[in-house]
Design a protein around this ligand. Structure first.
Ligand code: GTP
Length: 820
């Protein structure tokens, strides 16, 4: 029997969800005109023959079924107000269905395979909610005249343009279009939301010009020749870069070739800088991967360090980018044969690597297809990942000291960039004022109207720009500034309260501040601190020694040392004397400076504490309340910890002691692998919730109440992150622990969203001694949603049996309805 639940409107709901139905049950059809609301989600329906008998149906939920042909019979449901058809396999919707659904207000068609919408969808004039995300739509014209739409979602489709009519005089209050290859308006405008898009269209001239910009990133190991390539290409002839002149952080510059603007981002190759790279590696980029051919050994390690590490990172972070492999130092190879052999080695390995990636995704998809209705979300995600094709262009070996070779490379780059198959989104349509504002900012800098360091108060900048653009108001100017921030021309972190008032119109300055702290030769820099500098912060020489020791042994850097280093950089290299500005950036004993706020915002480091004994009074985490640190505070944050520089896990292991079978334990597996810096950032984000924590190289332990939680990066062939909890005595303890794990998983999930090419799945290991079996989670992402928490694993048994016959209590394997 279906359950009949009352709802707020007094309508009875026929609940047939999760019953593995393949056809509509007779008992439902017999209800005929009595059925008002029917829930058929999570079944195996391919068709819904007979549905038109439910003539008074107002709400129909067909989420997560196996429907591929849109059921035309729905046409008969003339009273229908709400229709859920998301997470099926629908490719097309025929004409002549929607005109009959005149009362439809809510339509959810997300996560299907729709390529096109029927023209007559515009007949549903009462529609206020429409969700078309995760489809393959190229065009939204059929919906422009839906004048009552309030919420519209079209994320992750194939849209290149949005129709401006959609935004004129519309009642839209929510619109999301992330994950489309948009040119008009560009994705960076859409990322700002509805207001930005409306403002963009209001400013866009009828004959607006298309502009062509390429963000070019030079990546590769240290000394590969990135700076040499970057500078030589800019000059059009070989430029020699001295070893002492190596890149620290990132260098940014701009060139114009034949009307195409190239932004050159030269990334430093030393590992210390990798943790800040993710901030600056952005979508739709052109990557020049420099590989030093003379030092390249044709073995696994060399391929990994010089090539695959970088390609995999790009595949994870920006899977839609284009990579050009450039082999440098050809003149230092023995002969042409050596160059050709190395080129062949790299080309073959890269090809195999990309194929392997596709095969792994394919295999995973096949596994999931055993139960498509349960795994629909995951299958869809895999299919989306398989659609990303990182383009790796043919390998070019060059001698960076030779004129002819630089010329050849230059010609090749220009040719590739103009190839629309390789760069389909090169052209973007922008209102003229966007460019004018950008040029004006450069002009203000050149005319010294803005100080050389480029930090300018938001109000001052707006005032200066308004003097030049009488027609633009503050709001429009702010939107343009945010767009310029998103494309990396300026930096304005509006969402960080400490930084919202300052605009950094010279990003290179900000990066140079990053590198005062995140650098390969930090110990040397600490050693250079003079007595006078120490005195300025009331510090002693003996403290400097301690800073160096703490940094080397505990990867923690004193806040006082940070202040001294940053102040020195500002005063010496940028001749800044404005004490107020220095204090704002550097901070004081009482107030954190803007630089630290930024580093924390990007999860580069976290405030650290003295490691005190396990605190049984650690505040418990309660998802309904704001988390507050334990009282009395166990620490005064006086240093910053850089987790990825830590060298061992001893302390964490000692605090955690050993695992036991009554612990909670889940593994989050990553395909193709755990991105560089992922664990580091997860630890930072998680530890900011709990006062007592201990961190090691790839492990971290934290406390909530009297329970201990472990986060661990592991690899037993497949890379995974383990989340565990111990000290659980009662079922209530277990429920509480799952809530904390849910919070950790939420953080993990928001991080994952920053790596577009990443796939994860979650399992609970069996834990019986010697057993390697596990219990697979199907719905973990749903569990993270507020509404999903109550549905998770509803009705499962008290015990689960693994494939080897071991039994384990369900509540130790899955979070059984946390708030039930
Ligand atoms: N002979 C020769 N020397 C080169 C070539 N390319 C680069 N070099 C030299 O190699 C050294 C390293 O080059 P850089 O351009 O600084 O390398 P990088 O990749 O920017 O290094 P990091 O800044 O440490 O990341 C410099 O001394 C260059 O002059 C080449 O093709 N032939």
């Amino acid at each position: 029997m279906p359950s009949l639940n009352g709802n707020q409107n007094g309508n009875k709901e026929d609940d047939f969800s999760g019953k593995k139905l393949k056809v509509l049950p007779t008992e439902l059809l017999q209800r005929g005109g009595d059925a008002v609301k029917v829930d058929l989600q999570r079944n195996r329906l391919k068709q819904i023959t007979g549905i038109s008998q439910l003539t008074n149906l107002k709400e129909l939920n067909l989420t997560r079924n196996e429907i591929s042909d849109f059921p035309v019979e729905i046409r008969g449901l003339r009273q229908l107000e709400k229709l859920y058809m998301n997470q099926n396999n629908i490719k097309t919707i025929p004409e002549n269905v929607f005109p009959s659904l005149e009362k439809l207000q809510f339509l959810k068609l997300s996560t299907n395979r729709l390529e096109k919408l029927p023209e007559d969808v515009n007949r549903c004039q009462d529609l206020t909610y429409l969700n078309l995300s995760n489809n393959c739509l190229k065009n939204l014209d059929p919906i422009v005249s839906l004048s009552h739409l309030k919420e519209l979602y079209v994320e992750r489709n194939q849209l290149t343009e949005l129709p401006d009519l959609l935004f004129k005089n519309s009642s839209l209050t929510l619109f999301k279009a992330n994950g489309n290859p948009l040119r008009k308006p560009p994705g960076e405008v859409c990322a700002g939301g509805l207001r930005d898009i409306q403002s963009y269209f209001s400013m866009l001239e009828a004959n607006a010009k298309n502009f062509r910009t390429v963000k070019t990133m030079f990546l590769g190991t240290s000394m590969a020749g990135k700076s040499t390539l970057c500078r030589s290409l800019k000059e059009g002839c070989p430029v020699r870069v001295e070893e002492a002149d190596r890149t620290v952080g990132i260098d940014i510059s701009e060139v114009d070739w034949d009307g195409i603007r190239f932004f050159f981002w030269d990334f430093a190759g030393q590992e210390e800088y990798y943790i800040t790279h993710h901030v600056f590696i952005t979508a739709q980029a052109f990557v020049i991967l420099a590989i030093n051919l003379s030092s390249y050994n044709m073995d696994d390690q060399s391929f990994k360090d010089n090539v695959s590490f970088w390609i995999k990172n790009l595949q994870l972070k920006v899977p839609d980018s284009v990579v050009l492999l450039v082999g440098t130092h050809v003149d230092q190879c023995k002969d042409e044969t050596e160059v050709n052999e190395k080129k062949k080695h790299i080309n073959e390995r890269v090809k195999a690597m990309l194929e392997m990636h596709t095969t792994n995704l394919e295999l995973r998809r096949k596994n999931l297809e055993d139960d498509p209705s349960l795994n629909c979300e995951q299958i869809n995600q895999i299919e989306r990942l398989a659609e990303y094709k990182l383009k790796v262009l043919d390998f070019v070996p060059i001698d960076c000291t030779k004129n002819g070779d630089i010329d050849t490379l230059l010609t090749l780059i220009k040719k590739e960039v103009l190839n629309t198959e390789i760069f389909p989104n090169l052209e973007q349509t922008l209102p003229r004022c966007y460019y004018e504002v950008e040029n004006d900012i450069q002009d203000l800098l050149e005319k010294d109207d803005i100080p050389e360091h480029g930090i300018v108060n938001q109000d001052v900048l707006l005032w200066k720009l308004k003097n030049r653009h009488a027609t633009l108001d503050d709001e429009q100017l702010k939107l343009i500034l945010q767009y310029l921030h998103r494309i990396g021309v300026i930096m304005w972190y509006k969402e960080i309260p400490e930084l919202a008032g300052s605009v950094f119109v010279k990003p290179s300055f900000l990066i140079s501040l990053f590198k005062t702290i995140v650098r390969h030769d930090l110990v040397q820099e600490l050693n250079k601190i003079s007595s006078a500098q120490l005195k300025s912060e009331n510090a002693l020489g003996i403290e400097r020694k301690r800073w160096i020791k703490d940094y080397k042994e505990k990867a923690s850097l004193s806040n006082v040392a940070i202040r001294i280093l940053v102040r020195t950089e500002l005063e010496k290299n940028y001749c800044i004397t404005d004490e107020e500005l220095i204090k704002e950036v550097v901070g004081t004993k009482k107030k954190e400076g803007s630089l630290l706020s930024l580093l924390k915002h990007f999860d580069v480091c976290l405030s650290t504490k003295h490691n005190s004994p396990l605190n049984p009074k650690a505040n418990e985490f309660d998802p309904k309340k704001n988390w507050v640190a334990s009282n009395p505070l166990v620490y005064e944050p006086d240093a910053c910890l850089f987790p990825s520089y830590l060298s061992d896990n001893e302390q964490v292991e000692e605090k955690w002691e050993s695992d036991n079978t009554e612990d909670l334990n889940i593994h989050v597996y990553f395909l193709p692998e755990i991105p560089y810096g992922f664990f580091h950032r997860l630890v930072i984000r998680t530890c900011s919730l709990y006062s007592p924590y201990w961190i090691g190289k790839d492990q971290c332990m934290l406390c909530s109440g009297n329970k201990r939680f472990l986060l661990k990066e592991g690899c037993d062939e497949d890379p995974f992150i383990e989340i565990g909890c111990k000290d659980l005595e009662t079922s209530e303890d277990i429920q509480k622990a799952w809530r904390v794990i849910r919070e950790i998983m939420r953080r993990l999930n928001t991080l994952t969203e920053q790596w577009q090419g990443l796939y994860q799945h979650v399992v609970s290991p069996c834990k019986a001694q010697g057993c390697e079996e596990f219990f697979e989670w199907n719905d973990w992402k749903e569990w993270l949603e507020d509404s999903g928490a109550n549905k998770f694993n509803v009705g499962i048994e008290d015990k689960q049996t693994c494939r080897n016959g071991h039994q384990r209590r369900t509540e130790l394997l899955f979070p059984k309805t946390p708030d039930a």
